[in-house]
Design a protein around this ligand. Structure first.
Ligand code: MLT
Length: 389
């Protein structure tokens, strides 16, 4: 029998964080333990009916049964440009050249470095962060240098601490606010400084804005990096319908920004996929055009969950930040255990699934992440079990 060894780029990967958690969860569930799953950021609320209806109608059109466009339907891209103008005041995105449809933002983020990273190129990636940024850079042959996100800096990278030579070596920098896993937010001052540094050193800025619509104070809506004048010279931004409209299973997202960057990503996609199902794009258009009242209701539900969780954590003496946005609470591991030990013991003894901070990078050590994706009663029960560990 031949032995088909995995390629080095795959063999050297750690297990994908959420796949590993799923496996551990199934093992514990098979022992009959009641599981409360606060691991992945996967909204538990259903996709609004009007979006499902739009899919159903669109799925009946024979034209939609054929290959879609590689870059997405023009109507979808126009709806994205209109949504950016309405939500962020970012006017004039050209749907032809500055917007592309994605099969989920993970797909776009995973493919983007292939278009711009040559073997040996370096990318700056925050730690802790969504694991896909670093993996995608490495798959493309690049190297990663980490920027620690620390509590004392509000979990923003310290841009001044990056020396000139590092900025010049960096081909791209990834940022994600509202942040996964820290739930931190960035303001326009931070983005302006980042864009200025990137422009001065020809660095590509990749902004992941997946959680922008789950905010708790309408007076402080998370901004888009494209609100910074001139950001389009260096930036591409990824946004997704997943968390906003409870559509994680639908795989529907977009990237917008600098035309060269958007089209570079398009070149990769032309070669590896055949575009997103048109009927899902039509449903996505309906979501962007008519979804806001539904998102407003979801925000109120998440806010209640956040409040219940943070009050219970505070009562249990577990340090955390009360998040202003995202579906996550980032909390400190109580006691002296590593985050992996804590999370494993918690799962085995109480059935509560949370994510270890170290799974998002070494600077996440000492923390764990709670996803607010179950109802308030279950969240209270989960924190009560956490506090008894
Ligand atoms: C997470 O829990 O970090 C995210 O839901 C994962 C993802 O969006 O792929």
């Amino acid at each position: 029998m031949p032995n088909f060894e995995l390629a080095e780029r795959v063999a050297s990967l750690p297990p994908y964080l959420f796949a590993a958690i799923d496996k551990a969860k199934s093992e514990v569930a098979s022992q009959g333990i009641d599981i409360i799953s606060l691991g992945i950021g996967d909204p538990d609320m259903p996709t609004p009916d009007f979006i499902i209806d739009a899919l159903y109608e669109a799925a009946k059109k024979p034209a939609n049964h054929q290959y879609p466009s590689y870059v997405g339907m023009m109507r979808f891209r126009e709806a994205v440009a209109a949504w950016y103008a309405e939500r962020f005041g970012v006017q004039g995105l050209d749907p032809k050249t500055e917007v592309i449809t994605l099969i989920g933002s993970k797909e776009g983020i995973g493919h983007f470095p292939w278009a711009f990273i040559n073997p040996g190129d370096m990318a700056l990636v925050c730690s802790p962060c969504y694991p896909v940024y670093a993996t995608a850079v490495r798959f493309a042959g690049g190297t990663v240098e980490y920027l620690p996100l620390l509590d004392e800096n509000d979990f923003l990278p310290d841009l001044d601490a990056i020396d000139e030579a590092t900025w010049k070596r960096a081909k791209m920098i990834f940022v994600n606010y509202p942040g996964n896993p820290t739930a931190a937010t960035a303001n326009l001052d931070f983005y302006s400084k980042l864009i200025a540094k990137a422009k001065a050193t020809d660095t590509i800025v990749v902004s992941d804005l997946a959680y922008s619509e789950i905010y708790y104070d309408a007076a402080q809506k998370p901004p888009s990096i494209l609100e910074v004048p001139g950001a389009k010279d260096v930036a591409i931004e990824f946004h997704s319908l997943s968390k906003t409209y409870n559509m994680t299973g639908w795989r529907m997202a977009m990237a917008v920004g600098n035309a060269q960057l958007v089209q570079g990503l398009g070149k990769i996609k032309e070669n590896v996929d055949s575009g997103a199902f048109n009927a899902i794009q039509e449903a996505g258009i309906a979501a962007m055009e008519k979804g806001e009242p539904y998102v407003e209701k979801a925000r109120a539900i998440y806010k209640e969950r956040r409040d219940v969780t943070c009050e219970a954590l505070a009562a249990a003496g577990i340090e955390h930040r009360v998040p202003e946005a995202s579906v996550f609470v980032w909390a400190k591991v109580p006691g002296k255990k590593s985050s992996a030990e804590f999370v494993t013991d918690l799962l085995k003894t109480t059935g509560v699934v949370v994510t270890p901070g170290s799974g998002f990078g070494s600077s996440g050590e000492g923390y764990f992440r709670i996803s607010l994706t179950v109802d308030t009663e279950r969240l209270k029960e989960a924190v009560s079990r956490i506090s008894q560990l």
